[in-house]
Design a protein around this ligand. Structure first.
Ligand SMILES: NC(=O)c1ccc[n+]([C@@H]2O[C@H](COP(=O)([O-])OP(=O)(O)OC[C@H]3O[C@@H](n4cnc5c(N)ncnc54)[C@H](OP(=O)(O)O)[C@@H]3O)[C@@H](O)[C@H]2O)c1
Length: 221
């Protein structure tokens, strides 16, 4: 690995290359490193160290279930500000959202639009296309907006931050405009009925290598 920070090489070995200004990028999206020797609590202590030495302003986690979040909150001297999780009408996770929000941990949703541009090897067979969901499409038609705006407005209406990804400037603008789209209580109710507990991100890549996780235990379900 070669890591560069502010133009200076700060570590070097002959593995993954991660370079670019002040940002770190893996050379290939298929190269991921797992640090399975550390428990969540040990990792959190390390992150708290980074926080107390001023290397970061806030700490957050991703893909934490309510059970993992509960354990973390028991030991955390610095509370996590955010939990970034998969969340959309087909995977609404109401208990996890309620728990995080009740603890003052902000929820950020990924896969809000169904993550259509994921690599094919990470997709399931015959995946439903969120943007084509008939209920979402009907609400969009009635409001005169796109299905994407409805999907994002639905999450924003639950006080959840969205981070939709697009390479298109027009879509970026459209996605930003979702903050101005309001769904009615009936719309929210109709979308609530779409929950089927279905993940787009099964989590396969979190189980590779020496990861302590398996597809059976990773989500604590
Ligand atoms: N923490 C985690 O474990 C985790 C896991 C997955 C993703 N993420 C993060 O979540 C963020 C979002 O990525 P995602 O994978 O969840 O994808 P996403 O935002 O659900 O979907 C992105 C796809 O939607 C399309 N799109 C964007 N705006 C659109 C619009 N207005 N109308 C129609 N299609 C639209 C994009 O195509 P175009 O580019 O062609 O517009 C792209 O194909 C990323 O920052 C990603 O790194 C985090």
């Amino acid at each position: 690995m070669r890591a560069i920070w502010n133009g200076e090489v700060i570590s070097e070995s002959d593995d993954t290359v991660i370079v670019e200004g002040n940002h770190y990028f893996p050379e290939s999206s298929l190269r991921l490193e797992f640090f399975s020797a550390s428990s969540d609590s040990e990792t959190w202590r390390g992150m708290e160290g980074a926080h107390s030495s001023g290397l970061c302003r806030h700490l957050g986690v991703s893909n934490f279930s309510a059970s993992k979040m509960r354990s973390l909150l028991e030991i955390a001297a610095v509370k996590p500000k955010v939990n970034q999780i998969e969340l959309h009408p087909h995977l609404q996770q109401p208990d996890l959202v309620d728990f995080c929000q009740s603890q003052g941990v902000h929820v950020t949703a990924y896969t809000s639009l169904g993550s259509l541009d994921r690599p094919d090897n990470l997709k399931g067979e015959a995946e439903p296309v969120l943007l084509d969901d008939p209920t979402v499409a009907a609400i969009a038609k009635q409001l005169g907006v796109t299905p994407a705006r409805v999907l994002l407005a639905w999450a924003i209406g639950r006080e959840i931050t969205v981070i939709p990804k697009s390479v298109s400037p027009n879509r970026l603008e459209e996605n930003l405009a979702s903050a101005d789209t309001s769904l009615t209580a009936e719309d929210m109710q109709a979308i609530k009925a779409l929950d089927r507990g279905r993940r787009y991100v099964a989590g396969d890549f979190f189980t590779w290598g020496d990861s302590p996780y398996t597809l059976d235990n990773i989500w604590d379900e």
